[in-house]
Design a protein around this ligand. Sequence first.
Ligand code: TXA
Ligand code: MG
Length: 337
Amino acid sequence: MGKVVPATEENIKLGAKLLAEGRLVAFPTETVYGLGAVFCLEQAVARIFEVKRRPFFDPLIVHVASKEEVFLLWREVPREVEVLLSRFWPGPLTLVLPRKETVPDIVTAGLDTVAVRIPAHPVALKLIQYCGFPIAAPSANLFGHVSPTQAKDVEEDLGDEVDLILDGGVTSVGVESTILLFREGDFYLLRPGGVAVELIEELLGRKVILRRGFSGPTLAPGMLKTHYAPRVPLYIFEGAVEELGRVNLENIVVLSPFPPSFSGDMVFVLSEKGDLKEVAFRLFAALRELERKRVKKALAIPVPEVGLGRAIMDRLKKASRGVARLVDGELVFVESK
Ligand code: TXA
Ligand code: MG
């Protein structure tokens, strides 16, 4: 039997059985595909790190199917956190809170907190329910590579080493969850993602502290400068988009969040309507497509850093080598990493 199987009822049950036996199963969530192991089976969790070539200092998110299960993981749920969970779960929001002793060190990289979310995807939810345990799962890509939004992406990165890949089609959100740390009464943004920070602030009636100003011990690898990097040199364009129409773009693919005023074979439009949801949905697939086509160089047109745009720009910056600017009508590429 192949590794990739359709996410039928029967195969989800098979996946749950494999997980319970300590094997690794990749599964779809609404954000990206995850590579799962039962959270308390330490050897299985250790294999996640091996398979992904992920450093052990990089903690995992634990996925649950119901709010009751968080009591296996967190010491308590503060009232304001409860407000967030009631509104955004199931969904692309991960909360980081002090953990219980039941959570092994390997899951949290020795931190005294654990990251938890309920994914909004029927396959993920059934898998967790049938298995009967919370599932620790990072994105199912090789460490540092673009996150997978479809089963074939997982197969390409990890195919030989995963025990089963449940194919549930293309993921609907396309970027990973928003990660919030709650500490001493404040919320810190560790990673922008599928839930816009503005929505969280509106619900809480106060500001979330942006990661930039946070120098606590909690290192989220999202903080590493190159992460999600495609194997294609990508640069973020700084300047007036119209002017690109007058430039020689030979051998350069332009990744644009909206249809630009110029056209060409090399323009890859992420959303005909310039809709940020659609841009997020297509972004990682587009980056992987550039790799498959062995594109030599790509230029990304930025979006405003508000709403989902914050997550999109975060991923683009991490995927890029630097910026490109127009100087005397010529494109100049400036490497910053
Ligand atoms: O949408 C998602 O969140 C996907 C799907 C599969 O759920 N998962 C995902 O996991 O993106 P991963 O491992 O690729 O990214 C998880 C991030 C890492 O940057 C990690 O450092 C951070 O979560 N993280 C996990 N536990 C943490 C903790 N206790 N404190 C701070 N950051 C934590
Ligand atoms: Mg990841």
